[in-house]
Design a protein around this ligand. Sequence first.
Ligand code: C5J
Length: 223
Amino acid sequence: MSTLVIAAEPEPIMIETEKTAVVIIDMQRDFLEPGGFGASLGNDVALLSRAVEPCKRLLDAVRAQGMLVIHTREGHLPDLSDAPRAKVERGAPSLRIGQPGPMGRILIRGEPGHDIIPDLYPKADEPVIDKPGKGAFYATELHSLLQRHAIENLVVCGVTTEVCVHTTVREANDRGYRCLVPGDCCGSYIPAFHDAGLGMIKAQGGIFGWVTDSAAILSGLHR
Ligand code: C5J
């Protein structure tokens, strides 16, 4: 087991690699690729794709250490039985969950847009958590999976910073996990929300967790 000290805000954090999992939130084609759901809503997907290279470097490094890597995907069953009406009935009718989009039915499991982008594709032995909500703990097996691996710390990255990353960090914090968020491995369509989201995590002595960047984690791993 290696113990790492990672430079972070509001203060450095010490983590043991065997008790730490990397959770990559929703790096799905529909959110990140031109022609996907995010782009069809008028968003500039380049703002999210900036996070891909840092995530890749982080993934390569933590995989080399044998650390647990978990991927998540936001999406629903084809019959929408796991999608609350209040969620489905939001936004322009033609762009709602389940409607045909540029990459298949929007946010439906098994559709091309629901899949993870090729650059960050999960390895065969890496768990993929399909989640119907914004948070990765709601209605999923994530907590029991982490408990089985005796995980105490999470490195949480992915998209979008203020929605699914933030919700997951809040859920994890309430369940007793220490969360470290590398800001350059996260992205938002709204830069001010990205900055505010990271600011909220580290404020008040790290009320939800710690904020760092991929370089600091890599340097902690290689020290
Ligand atoms: C995620 C969303 N993944 N913004 N979803 O953040 O709806």
